[in-house]
Design a protein around this ligand. Structure first.
Ligand SMILES: *Cc1c(COP(=O)(O)O)cnc(C)c1O
Length: 364
């Protein structure tokens, strides 16, 4: 009997997620000096990890022989105090991606439907498919989630609806009023997930806590991978009514979040100096990129996140040309936008380099 005949059939048809290549790999493949390569492909923080988070991580390593606190007690206390919610309303994941997986384990059976925007964060679809559920993709309108269309795609088989705001890869957001009304309008058999991975960058980010306090079937996702600069440590969280959190906890591994990440995340939450600097720099960098794209006569999608879509025509070709020049960005073919690149806002020097290399790459 072949191994293929033994596995869950969803495994055989599962699409493969293609992450941005690490700098070292690109350097090896193209014979470039890694020191001269910039990676602005995965919306990572160009200012490194939060310094307070880094110091806490280094201290936590001294107790590396111990298992972590599987319940993430200290971090939940801190989040609860910060957000004005209860510790039981938080689920901590090995990245917020793991919380997306918990949702699949807890809610999805073969034949169920999951409604999501297209293009939106690809992990929603990957997790949906592996559980044998159906991804119902609703095209964005003007690169933004159209919540009325999303609502219209809900059927009796729908279990989950994902709204990514600000959306990856478009950088567009829905308003607080839109998101609150949408979640309140969902029928009883649907859990609404609002992914706020980039909310800290957004001016006047929506406050969705009322949905949790009202006991709506809603899970809001946040991450330490972006504004806090801790992507390598893999930690993120969801906040939701305690009943939902309790169910998600049942499908979680006992020690899913490591102690280094927990310590770093707790400390990073206090690092206002760092996060305020990142927001400021991101805004200036976004203006720098927009001005540069205008000068090159290139269309872009105005973004409230830390990345921006720019129209280049031959996305794959320009991506390759940039990579040969030591600039790694994200081609958008797998998101159904082959003429676009997604570029993370870097430091001002990185933005300048990107614009110069892009100008050269487009001339070819
Ligand atoms: C980056 C990102 C995340 C973060 O995922 P982690 O697993 O916390 O690193 C979540 N959602 C979206 C839309 C993202 O772009």
């Amino acid at each position: 009997m072949k191994f293929e005949e033994l596995v869950n059939p969803a495994v055989l048809t599962q699409p493969i997620y293609e992450p941005g290549k690490p700098i070292e790999e690109v350097a090896r493949e193209l014979g470039l000096d890694p020191a001269g390569i910039i990676k602005i492909a995965s919306n990572e923080n160009p200012f490194g990890p939060s310094p307070l988070g880094l110091a806490a991580a280094q201290r936590a390593l001294l107790q590396g022989e111990l298992y972590p606190d599987g319940g993430c007690f200290a971090l939940k206390q801190k989040l609860a105090a910060r957000l004005g919610l209860a510790p039981e309303q938080f689920i901590i994941g090995n990245g917020s991606n793991e919380v997306i997986e918990f949702l699949g384990h807890a809610l999805l059976r073969p034949g169920d439907e999951v409604v999501m925007g297209a293009p939106a964060f690809v992990v929603y679809k990957l997790v949906t498919l592996i559980f044998g559920a159906k991804a119902v993709e609703v095209p964005l309108v003007n690169h933004r989630h159209d919540l009325a269309r999303l609502a219209a795609a809900v059927t009796p088989r729908t279990r989950l609806v994902y709204v990514c705001s600000p959306n990856n890869p478009t950088g567009t957001a829905n308003t607080e009023a839109e998101l609150l009304a949408f979640a309140r309008s969902m029928p009883e058999h649907v859990v609404t997930v609002i992914d706020e991975a980039y909310a800290e960058y957004e001016p006047n980010a929506p406050d969705l806590r009322a949905l949790v306090r009202e006991g709506r079937k809603v899970v809001c996702l946040r991450t330490f991978s972006k504004i806090y600069g801790l992507a390598a440590l893999r930690i993120g969280y969801g906040y939701a009514p305690a009943e939902i959190v309790a169910l998600l906890n049942r499908v979680r591994q006992p020690f899913n979040v490591n102690a280094i990440a927990q310590a770093a995340a707790s400390a990073a939450l206090d690092d206002r100096e760092f996060t305020e600097k990142c927001v400021r720099e991101n805004r200036a960098g976004m203006a720098q990129l927009e001005a540069g794209f205008r000068a090159l006569g290139r269309e872009f999608v105005p973004s409230v996140a830390n990345f921006i879509l720019v129209h280049v025509g031959d996305g794959a070709g320009v991506f390759e040309a940039l990579q040969r020049r030591g600039v790694i960005v994200r081609p958008m073919k797998s998101y159904g936008m082959p003429e676009w690149l997604r570029i993370t806002v870097g430091t001002s020097a990185q933005n300048e380099r990107l614009l110069a290399e892009l100008k050269a790459a487009l001339r070819k």
